[in-house]
Ligand binder design. Sequence first.
Ligand code: NAD
Length: 447
Amino acid sequence: MDITVIGTGYVGLVTGACIAEMGNTVYCVDTDPKKIENLKKGILPIYEPELDTLVTENHAADRLHFTTTLKDSIEHSNVFFIAVGTPPGEDGSADLQYVVEVARQIGSLITRPSVVINKSTVPVGTADLVQATISEQLKQRGLDLSFDVVSNPEFLKEGSAVNDFMHPDRIIVGTESENARQVMTELYAPFIRNRPRMMFMGVRDAEMTKYAANAMLATKISFMNEIAGLCERLDVDIEHVRLGIGSDQRIGYHFIYAGCGYGGSCFPKDVKALISIAHQNDYEPKLLQAVEDRNAVQKQSLYNKLMTHFDGELSGKTFAVWGLAFKPGTDDMREAPSVVLINSLINAGAKVKAYDPIAADSARREFPEQWFNEQKLTIVEGQYEAAIDADALVLVTEWKPFRRPDFKALKKLLNHPLIVDGRNQYDPVQIKREGFTYYGIGRMPIN
Ligand code: NAD
């Protein structure tokens, strides 16, 4: 099959590379010329395990092409994936301008029957909007072409995106068209040979499924964080509670970790968008609003713990921060808890020395240049370097090398043996033995 993927970000690039790996010819289109130029040279815009090999090998094999204009691919393809961003607008609703622009371009260029597959996360009814936008363009061109708009939401996880795409738990396809159903079945057959997990449903059902999935996951996290706050006040350890409830098969162990809040490009924006969709339909989303509110509070929790410990005086102090990405395995810092923490610390007059195995470049783009010039914020090269003369260590992202650190070395490097553990990575018994003061999430402090 000859396929075009429009939008070459986390979703588009992974989709394009994985589909090319199965022998298809894929054209990846992006309006960012630098991104496309770099991709042609094998320089990836994101960090994602295994992706660089897939991209370079398929590009070299002439199966994966990169271009800034849809025109370049139009004569080769009649299957189009839309994988552009749907960022939150000011009121939290999904901004559909990029999706609509892509639909307009498709309608202004196609010359034969096509299948348009929407992978971006979009509100219910967007497929109708895409359909109408393409039809309008065709009408203006005096063309009467048949085309199908399919909803095929993406469930990959950053940090394991290639593996998730290659071995999906399920593939959701929203379509009422028999032709589109056949195209989708053929397209995804190589990915589900041993696990036929394709689910067909209505377009609107598929659009809602994506939001419901992300909202459910965000709810699990906020629920545990809410219980964690209570645990801190009752001398209970949330980690024991987690193990206790996870053993109930109806609950399970997945996604019930208390921590310093969820981030990333999806959960925060999708919960906000779902709240906005509810409001637009005269429906009060009480639970979703609470999920969102709890997360905002949770992202402040590490800062609050430091404020409590230092009696509200953080000015002039230096803090080591381990982990900047919103989760391990990615360089993505969108909505990361580290951003809230670092902004709060620097605004309170403190300095930050931060280390992340992958996200250093993202961090340099995220924070004001002035902070780096004035050395309010330094991104260091090693995890122990961050701890030198710091007044506390704050663990924000649970990258594997942070899980079993050399506590003796840390104690020597830090000004105060103080650890704030935003991911409950450390065993309080060991921490006590090593002589640290310790704050976790949902567990009593150790002094
Ligand atoms: P991204 O911001 O990483 O990439 C979007 C890309 O689209 C950018 O490179 C941008 O330059 C490009 N673009 C914008 N307008 C364009 C146009 N007119 N023509 C061509 N390219 C254009 O976004 P992402 O993280 O890949 O997310 C894309 C969509 O997938 C969103 O709706 C998101 O919610 C959804 N999604 C994301 C993830 C994830 O983990 N990142 C997972 C599942 C679903």
